[in-house]
Design a protein around this ligand. Structure first.
Ligand SMILES: C[S@@+](CC[C@H](N)C(=O)[O-])C[C@H]1O[C@@H](n2cnc3c(N)ncnc32)[C@H](O)[C@@H]1O
Length: 217
């Protein structure tokens, strides 16, 4: 990706801020995982989570990681561009007594700084490729870091969704914000995983999200 187009953490922080993090925290504390989060956790659990490591890109407050740690994952690493989630994430980990098995890194972009990040058995990206300009580069880096599984969600690329994203981006531009949303080609994203030596198991629906699971062949 050109240096001019590499997103900066500040771009994410202004959209994924403390208010956004509080909303996620409130929802999780009241109602647990969302449907897509549950589906993602189940896909990893069915593949075998006991004793494994999980790398989540853009994991927010880390609810999927918490679930996987509770189900026996040995360790989790969360990469986030925004630092706004940290106090909520730390509180959840402390309350669950799981903080010693979780690492949280801020401002490390796997697509451009992948060499500084250790590989894991499972790599997860939920609601992230649609926030990143070069989904192919991010998924290629995710595949390179996954020993077994990549599970990622993306929005369906429908005309109504294109209109929503286009309008949201226009609002961002008018407010002088640098953050943009993206509706990348699903086929290009799936092909990226195939080219990296993964077989696509399935793509399931969870509300507006499509959840793709791929295994290293
Ligand atoms: C819509 S939020 C989703 C957060 C969380 N996955 C959830 O579903 O609640 C998208 C997140 O992806 C993060 N993000 C986008 N690109 C990233 C990258 N290359 N590395 C790490 N985080 C990234 C942003 O900082 C933002 O917090």
């Amino acid at each position: 990706m050109d240096e001019c187009c590499t997103p900066r953490p500040s771009q994410y922080y202004e959209s994924f801020d403390a208010r956004f993090a509080r909303r996620l925290d409130r929802h999780y504390r009241r109602r647990g995982l969302t449907r897509p989060e549950r589906r993602i956790a189940e896909r990893i659990e069915s593949d075998g989570v006991e004793g494994t490591s999980v790398l989540e890109v853009g994991g927010g407050i880390g609810t999927i990681q918490l679930e996987l740690l509770r189900h026996g994952a040995l360790s989790t690493t969360n990469l986030e561009m925004s630092g706004a989630y940290e106090s909520a994430a730390r509180a959840l980990l402390d309350e669950a007594g799981l903080a010693s098995r979780a690492r949280r890194l801020i401002g490390v972009d796997l697509a451009t700084e992948g060499s500084s990040v250790e590989a894991a058995d499972h790599v997860v990206l939920h609601r992230v490729v649609c926030c990143y300009p070069d989904a192919v580069a991010l998924l290629a880096a995710s595949a390179a870091h996954a020993r077994r599984t990549v599970v990622f969600s993306h929005p369906a690329r429908t005309w109504p969704r294109r209109a929503v994203v286009g309008t949201a981006n226009l609002m961002m531009r008018l407010r002088g914000k640098a953050y943009r949303g993206y509706l990348h080609s699903p086929d290009a994203m799936y092909d990226t995983l195939r080219s990296a030596g993964f077989a696509l198991d399935d793509i399931v629906r969870a509300g507006p999200w499509r959840i793709a699971t791929a295994h290293r062949t």
